[in-house]
Design a protein around this ligand. Structure first.
Ligand SMILES: O=c1ccn([C@H]2C[C@H](O)[C@@H](COP(=O)(O)OP(=O)(O)OP(=O)(O)O)O2)c(=O)[nH]1
Ligand SMILES: [Mg+2]
Length: 159
């Protein structure tokens, strides 16, 4: 089941299919409540991409995204690939900036102990569109005091 229904006031994401993805389906939400649209591998039909255990690969999607200002694309792993094969995104969540006009690529790593072949059209990751807040930056001489202060990295204990 796939769903093309958008939430109300949803941003419109423009997608350009590059020649090496022209026969692949556009990304789509697999169910009516799916948060992410699945991305497919645009590797050659006759040349699956081998990822050896412990190695990583940049997998082409053959897609250029036009994400409106105020939003970003987050590339996240698919849990099934992670659970069954140890295949995940190394830089998760990958950030797709709204002003990026290059081909979106997915950085996969094989954390499993077997060779894994990425086949053409395989759904390798998912993209979640999220709103972004861009902050104003102000330099300060001193940061305002708080109860936590400089405590971190487990300073509150575990229990
Ligand atoms: O998984 C990813 C992550 C990033 N990108 C593209 C889109 C993004 O807008 C651009 C830059 O990503 P990022 O800012 O994470 O990388 P960087 O190492 O800081 O590169 P740059 O100096 O180009 O910003 O690379 C991808 O295609 N896939
Ligand atoms: Mg950057």
């Amino acid at each position: 089941m796939t769903s093309t229904a958008a939430t109300s006031s949803a941003p419109v994401i423009g997608i350009v299919r590059l020649p090496h993805a022209s026969d692949l389906p556009l990304p789509s939400y697999e169910t009516s409540g799916a948060a992410g649209m699945d991305l497919r591998a645009a590797v050659p039909d006759d040349r699956p991409l081998l990822i050896l255990p412990g190695k990583r690969a940049l997998v082409p999607t053959g897609l250029i995204f036009e994400i409106p200002e105020g939003f970003e694309g987050q590339i996240r792993p698919r849990s099934g690939l992670a659970f069954k094969h140890g295949i995940t995104c190394l830089n998760t969540p990958g950030t797709i900036d709204s002003d990026y006009r290059g081909e979106v690529k997915v950085l996969l790593i094989n954390h499993g102990d077997e060779d894994f072949y990425i086949e053409r059209g395989m759904r390798i990751a998912q993209m979640v569109i999220a709103s972004v807040t861009r902050a104003a930056i102000e330099e300060r001489d001193l940061a305002a005091a708080t109860t936590r202060g400089a405590g971190g990295f487990g300073s509150t204990g575990t229990a």
